[in-house]
Design a protein around this ligand. Sequence first.
Ligand SMILES: Cc1cc2nc3c(=O)[nH]c(=O)nc-3n(C[C@H](O)[C@H](O)[C@H](O)COP(=O)(O)OP(=O)(O)OC[C@H]3O[C@@H](n4cnc5c(N)ncnc54)[C@H](O)[C@@H]3O)c2cc1C
Length: 386
Amino acid sequence: MESYDVVIVGGGVIGASVAWHLAVRGCTRVLVLDAAPGPGQGSTGRATGGFRVQFGSEPNVRLSLLAREKLLRFQDEVGVDPGYHPCGYLFLTERQETLAALLEAQAMQRSLGVTDARRVTVDEALGINPAVAAEGLVGGVYCPTDGFIRPLQMLAGYTEAARGPGVRFEYGAAVRGMRVEGGRVAAVRTDAGEVAAGAVVNAAGAWAGKVAAMAGADVPVTPLRRQVALSEPFAGLPECMPLTIFVEAEFHLRVRDGRVLMLWSDQPNTADPFDTTFDDAWLPQVAARAHRWIPCLREARVDRAACVAGLYEMSPDRHVLLGPAPGVENLFLANGSSGHGVMHSPALGQLVAEMIVDGAASSMDVHPLRPSRFAEGQPNAAPEFL
Ligand SMILES: Cc1cc2nc3c(=O)[nH]c(=O)nc-3n(C[C@H](O)[C@H](O)[C@H](O)COP(=O)(O)OP(=O)(O)OC[C@H]3O[C@@H](n4cnc5c(N)ncnc54)[C@H](O)[C@@H]3O)c2cc1C
């Protein structure tokens, strides 16, 4: 039977980041197994590429700060441009109560060192994004060092850089089961047979609950369909327009490669929550919000063939579950980032590698993210606005 120090289930951006961080720490007997026929076919390939530190909870801000530090060194360390462009995130609200909550979150962000996050009046917001129809808005918050990343470039960078020192990636290699002995995973099973593992990392994104169940672990991560409408090439908005969020409308947009990407909450298919068939009935609803809030988009046409649907990997408190699975001590989880796994992947890879190689994470306090928090009745409570 083949044997590896670490088997990683899932070769999306989080699995690849864990693999690379293990390799640079000298742990190279690592196998990454992915069910898809090639890289980037899970959620990573559908992500719109937003990066922000403007979160409502301390652990998420800390993950973003660690990730941002690493994005700035990514080209030098990993050898690929992660595409980090600080074009800003602009949150806009129609309600004073929401503004107060955004400002409370901002005070916490600033206390952690995010000194460039600031409150903006409606006039200031129009200076930052003149395309906005301001009627009804009461203000917002803005951070100019939030912005954009390139998910597939990050994935390719981590994958290639991990292969160099010897990490093996296998595609079309679904993990079907796990053999657990004495509270530890002894081996994972694929159609090709069993592979013995010293440790196993669950990096299976929206499918993490199913993978954990193979080891008898309960990981409360569920899929949530997210759709993105893409316009045909449109010159009416600048490429570096900040990602602009209309909080109450639950609508946000950005520009990428000359096209406008528009997102609004979805009505998922409850019969099959893993279904990513694009729902055309959603398009008029997202268009109505786009036309209301960014009037120049009335001139833009949706490119139906370019529109995509993918899966968020939701946890009950919208924070990642990070660390050993309760009851299975060598099964490490990096699951449930809830729609911000690409931006946090540099940090998550480093933290998981520290746990496996050093026995504990040292780059930040991961206690609030421990997988046992739900069973202990201590989920994270801070509000999120996106
Ligand atoms: C529309 C959309 C927009 C998004 N926008 C952003 C954004 O702007 N910024 C951001 O940070 N995040 C964004 N996200 C979220 C982001 O895509 C995810 O958080 C991130 O990709 C999770 O990475 P991952 O490696 O865990 O998952 P994935 O990329 O899904 O990788 C998981 C892999 O596990 C494999 N797998 C599953 N089951 C098995 C098995 N049994 N055996 C072997 N392999 C298995 C799958 O094939 C898959 O390749 C967005 C998501 C969507 C859908």
